[in-house]
Design a protein around this ligand. Structure first.
Ligand SMILES: CSCCC(=O)C(=O)COP(=O)(O)O
Ligand SMILES: [Zn+2]
Length: 223
């Protein structure tokens, strides 16, 4: 790859973020939380956010396919040479960055998130208590501490829309209405989950998705 192909992704923190994005997208795919071209992750480094292209198999992405945007000006600091468009999730990721001062955001298409939204069609949020994994779910941010096993976590539902970018207003409203949530469930679609670092974001996503799996399994046994 040449400097022209990589631009500001060639060295330093942005390269590290870009490489992490490619690797974590493979992990998300292997976990079954994304399929086809869906889902993804963005990572922030200072004012720069690294974003995947739209409509590509994310687990096969390479560094030269990524976009870099300035959070402050919303201008692209780097675009891939190939004719690619930035992920449709970009406005949603921006909501997590600006409303929560997040440093990364993951979007999954997990079946568990879809099932929960179908089991609770009239609820504003999914709630759970009594699961060990709650101790790994932050109250919106790890700066506010984590839930205890006996407490109740609430993760808001928002309705799905035909286009990913049309989710922006309801996602932003849910983020603001539930300051103690680190994720939002998009009905029949998946989740957006954020964190104070890329590591926190990955762990928060794993904890929330694990909670969904444990909840659904225990509900099945009880029913
Ligand atoms: C079949 S995926 C439709 C868009 C979507 O939900 C998604 O997560 C991926 O959007 P992108 O623009 O990043 O491909
Ligand atoms: Zn999606």
């Amino acid at each position: 790859m040449t400097s022209a192909e990589l631009g500001c992704l060639e060295t330093g923190d942005l390269r590290v973020s870009g490489e992490l994005i490619c690797k974590i997208c493979q992990d998300l795919y292997n976990s079954g939380w994304v399929t086809g071209t869906g889902g993804g992750i963005t990572i922030r480094s200072g004012d720069a956010i690294v974003i995947a292209p739209s409509g590509v198999q994310k687990e096969r992405m390479q560094l030269e396919h990524l976009f870099v945007m300035s959070l402050k000006t919303r201008e692209y600091l780097h675009k891939p040479l190939q004719a690619l468009k930035p992920s449709q999730c970009t406005p949603l990721f921006l909501a997590a960055y600006t409303c929560r001062d997040a440093y990364a955001c993951i979007h999954t298409h997990s079946q568990e998130a879809i099932l929960l939204s179908q089991i609770f069609p009239d609820s504003d949020y999914f709630s759970a208590s009594g699961f060990e994994v709650l101790q790994h779910i932050p109250r919106g941010s790890k700066k506010n501490g984590f839930y205890s096993v006996t407490e109740t976590v609430r993760i808001p539902f928002i309705n799905n829309t035909a286009h990913e970018s049309d989710l922006h207003d309801s996602l932003k409203a849910a983020i603001l209405a539930y300051p103690e949530a680190c994720a939002v469930i998009v009905r029949d679609h998946g989740i957006y989950c954020w964190g104070d670092t890329w590591q926190d974001t990955k762990m928060n996503t794993e904890a929330v998705e694990y909670l969904f799996q444990a909840y659904l399994r225990s509900r099945k046994i009880k029913v």
